[in-house]
Design a protein around this ligand. Structure first.
Ligand code: PMP
Length: 372
């Protein structure tokens, strides 16, 4: 017996039957490809939809202050930040759930809602974390292609809902095409979604929207109990490195999700920074306004070059270059900016510093023939 065990330990394992096994749902899981950083500091990063520029001084000070107490655990559920967000949005604290980036909240919500055999409907192409997070739950992802102009095909999404559907993801402005939904179209869609299906409205880029009928999501929470809204401090607030996002929704759902969430998920520096950032909303809006001026300048210049650009409402724009995506991205990096290629589909470029945007424009001019 003992000899047998020793023999076993010495023999390299050939079959999988005795090795550690992950859930079969994880087989063939796609990998999230983060936006590339430049080979050196002189390369501008336009590949991750971040805000250019340094932290606001009040936020830097709050982080430095919080660092003094870093031997202590943070507030477990970020109570102060949760309260401040509730006040900011005119909601109750038990309608707000703070998480370690909105992507962690998507994960929490999907794993709290879905089981194998369930379905999650989402637009495609959209945020590349969706298929990964859906697959991990064991539920089936139902991808609904965007329409030709890069918008959600809400009619097709409504038709894709079956009795197995638990969640529908909606992303506005959509990453990577940057197209936003109108309030009217969203409401018409919500009217078509059965009440037992959660609509997860991902508004990571909401602050950059300047369309005529912008979505007013928080106004809809009372009316549509199956609506949950996701926001983040990563984009307009420029705090991507700290990882703070939040969900807004129905009290009963939020309370249970809070109980199911990772304890102490949001670190103390992140809580302090987000709280300070919330006290600086006017400064945030000024910086966002600068990005929007740049976005509009770049999109107009691209159209003058001959590009057909979807209506950009995020801090990024989409070049529909199909099979040339990777080559364009390589050309861009050689020219001094990193962008995000989706080979076979297109390239997403963040609106950055004016100098970086000028480089992107010069690169784009060389690829106009590749555009659709
Ligand atoms: N939603 C969308 C549409 C995004 O583009 C991103 C980030 N790229 C996220 C959510 C995640 O943001 P966070 O940094 O809050 O996890």
């Amino acid at each position: 017996m003992l000899w047998g065990m020793a023999e076993h330990l010495r023999t390299p394992q050939r079959s999988n039957s005795r090795s550690v096994r992950l859930r079969s749902a994880l087989e063939g899981l796609p990998h999230y490809v983060p936006g590339a950083g430049g080979a050196n500091a002189s390369v501008f990063k336009l590949s991750s939809n971040e805000l250019p520029g340094p932290l606001l001084p009040a936020v830097t000070a709050a982080i430095a202050d919080a660092a003094e107490d870093i031997n202590r655990y943070p507030q477990m559920y970020a109570d102060r930040l949760t309260g401040a967000l509730a006040e900011h949005h005119g909601l109750d604290a038990d309608q707000v759930l703070v998480g370690n980036g909105s992507v962690a909240l998507i994960e929490l919500i999907l794993r709290s809602m879905c089981e194998p055999g369930d379905e999650v409907v989402y637009p495609w192409r959209s945020f590349e974390a969706y298929p990964i997070l859906v697959q991990v739950t064991g539920a089936a992802g139902v991808q609904v292609p965007l329409s030709a102009d890069g918008a959600h095909d809400l009619d097709a999404m409504a038709r894709a809902i079956t009795p197995r559907t638990r969640v529908v993801m909606v992303c506005t402005p959509n990453n990577p095409t940057s197209v936003a939904l109108s309030h009217r179209d969203l409401v018409a869609f919500l009217e078509r979604v059965p009440r037992q299906v959660l609509v997860l409205l991902d508004e990571a880029y909401v602050d950059f929207v300047r369309s005529p009928d912008p979505v007013r999501s928080t106004d809809l929470l009372d009316m549509y109990k199956n609506l949950m809204v996701l926001r983040t401090f990563s984009k307009a607030h420029g705090l991507a490195g700290l990882r703070v996002g939040y969900a807004l929704g129905r009290r009963r759902l939020i309370r249970t999700l809070r109980a199911a969430s990772t304890p102490f998920a949001v670190n103390a520096l992140a809580q302090a920074a987000a709280l300070a950032a919330l006290g600086q909303v006017d400064r945030m809006r000024e910086r966002v306004a600068e990005v929007i001026v740049e976005r509009d300048r770049v999109v107009s210049a691209l159209r003058e070059q001959g590009w057909s650009i979807p209506d950009a409402q995020g801090n990024f724009y989409w070049l529909d270059v199909g099979a040339h995506a990777r080559a364009l991205a390589e050309d861009a990096e050689a020219a001094g900016v990193t962008v995000r290629p989706f080979q076979g589909e297109g390239v997403r470029i963040t609106v950055g510093e004016p100098e970086a945007n000028d480089i992107a424009l010069a690169v784009a001019a060389r690829w106009v023939h590749a555009g659709a």
